[in-house]
Write a protein that binds this ligand. Sequence first.
Ligand code: SAM
Ligand code: DTB
Ligand code: SF4
Length: 324
Amino acid sequence: MPKENSLLNATTIRHDWQIDEIMQFFNLPLLDLIFLAQKVHRNHFEPNQVQLSSLLNIKTGGCSEDCAYCSQSKRFDTDTSDQALMSVEDIVNAAKKAKEKGSSRFCMGTAWRSPKKAIDFAQILDIIKAVKALDLETCMTLGMLTEEQAQQLKIAGLDYYNHNLDTSPDYYKKIVSTHSYQDRLNTLNHIRNAGLKMCCGGIIGMGETIEDRAALLQNLANLPIHPESVPINQLIPIEGTPLGKIAKIDTFDIVGCIATARILMPTSYVRLSAGRTEMSDELQALCFLAGANSVFYGEKLLTTDNPNVEQDQSLFKRLGLQII
Ligand code: SAM
Ligand code: DTB
Ligand code: SF4
């Protein structure tokens, strides 16, 4: 029996993945890996569908943290400046537009280590209620949460919380010094205890090894419940950050990561996330074949550009992808 088939036979929904098992996937010829991932994908999903989430940065810049990839840290000299939390009205208007263009989920981000001021948190709860009333799924990414904050978000009607593990535990120490991997895991725990759905993934292209990528996916897949959404971002190098001039990775690397994420987390939506503006249509098609079934949709991510909606609509049409 070909090696890839024996690997597939061993695959069910598991939470006890070992690094050497995950490395076996990374070491397969890419086309075998894609084939395996597509088989898993078809066992759990309609194969020709793509879920669309739109993003809005509702509090830009001025962040206390030192995440080496981020345009919004106040420690780095980037083009992004500190702005106030947006008003409920402006956010609702942006959410309405995202819905009109076909998004099913509206994700809102803040450049915070964690929500600190009571007045801001009260506004966040109002924002959730107002966006939810538009009949959109809601997602927030506000940094680290306490158990009580997670519960309050849930009560306000929040559907998803995004909090990424971003890389392996070892490599995380080289990327961020102001909070720890364990802090991230604690917040993930609070999200689950509050009954929120989880969006959790990472970034590739920060100088990590293949083993680091395997360890990121291991940490995601070995969570007690797989995240419902797994965003796989390719680093967007930001001038002025420590990673602003890092060498580009091979274009196929993202395909292998998506395929492995699909195999390890068969029922999760795997999102082809940051980095799509630099990708050809053909590369994105390969990512969908490898099991990606979600994208960020709309002209902007947080502070950087994303493909425009006409381009994306045309791509989905040419590939026969149905928007959900
Ligand atoms: N402050 C919150 C936090 O750190 O969780 C929420 C916002 S933070 C910007 C959300 C995620 O965006 C990060 O965890 C990272 O995965 C992603 N991200 C940020 N800058 C990026 C970049 N330059 N390239 C790719 N992904 C990036
Ligand atoms: C995620 O995993 N990627 C999104 C969202 N979650 C918040 C953010 C991507 C940010 C890319 C860089 C920027 O626009 O600043
Ligand atoms: Fe950027 Fe979030 Fe890190 Fe702040 S905590 S520097 S916003 S990634």
